[in-house]
Design a binder for this molecule. Structure first.
Ligand code: FMN
Length: 199
């Protein structure tokens, strides 16, 4: 929200507009990719474990493709979440940003990207420090005797992949002293079905 609006105590442009609320939601995700201080930089991504329990984890949002309703994250092919989403590709993503007072709650369909040229290009643009995490010789989550004694392979490229989350439904919640606003954006019919909800 621009500072001038706050100073004049004006309602944000999205306050009573479904279209503007939806635009604001996507733009918060888009700016979260590069704005490391935004809560939208590190959403909570939730899948189901193989046993059926819920598995939340923080992940860095790496790319947003709004036209495809897609959010992308980087991960290790050997991590538990990869096996879990192959088994059950439905999950959720949640963020609450206390600076904008917006919570976004997403129902998503996950997949692991298979396009090696996209994955290879993303890998080549990564910093060496980030690449190193993928070069640990054993899978993330493996029990260790000594955390100081990790072994590394020459390259972790084969362990690097991209997790894509296609947004099926998005729920907007804006907290405001004048009255909260809650809205649903349902994309499951191939268009955006927008509605206000009781907060
Ligand atoms: C700030 C933050 C950012 C993280 N970013 C990622 C990420 O981008 N990709 C990832 O796989 N794990 C990331 N993690 C680690 C995960 O939260 C999680 O611990 C790890 O991926 C293992 O999850 P899993 O066993 O469910 O696969 C991040 C953790 C924190 C605290």
């Amino acid at each position: 929200m621009p500072k001038s609006q706050k100073a004049e105590n004006k309602d944000p442009i999205f306050y009573n507009s479904l279209e503007e609320s939806e635009k604001a939601a996507w733009s918060l995700f888009e700016s979260g990719v590069t704005d490391r201080k935004s809560y939208f930089h590190t959403p909570i991504v939730i899948s189901k474990s193989l046993a059926g329990s819920l598995k939340p984890r923080t992940m860095v949002l790496r790319k947003v493709i709004k036209e495809a309703l897609e959010l992308q994250f980087h991960t290790d092919t050997r991590s538990n979440k990869v096996e879990e989403i192959v088994e059950n590709n439905l999950g959720a993503i949640i963020v609450y940003d206390m600076t904008t007072k917006v919570q976004l709650r997403i129902e998503a369909k996950f997949k692991i990207l298979e396009d090696s040229s996209v994955i290879g290009e993303r890998w080549s643009n990564m910093k060496n420090m980030s690449k190193e995490c993928y070069a640990v010789s054993v899978a993330p989550g493996t029990e260790l005797q000594d955390p100081e004694r990790l072994e590394f392979m020459d390259s972790g490229e084969d362990n690097f992949t991209i997790l894509s989350a296609k947004v099926l439904k998005m729920e907007w919640l804006y907290l405001c002293y004048k009255g909260n606003r809650r809205a649903s954006f349902d994309y499951r019919l191939g268009k955006s079905v927008k509605s206000w909800l009781v907060p």
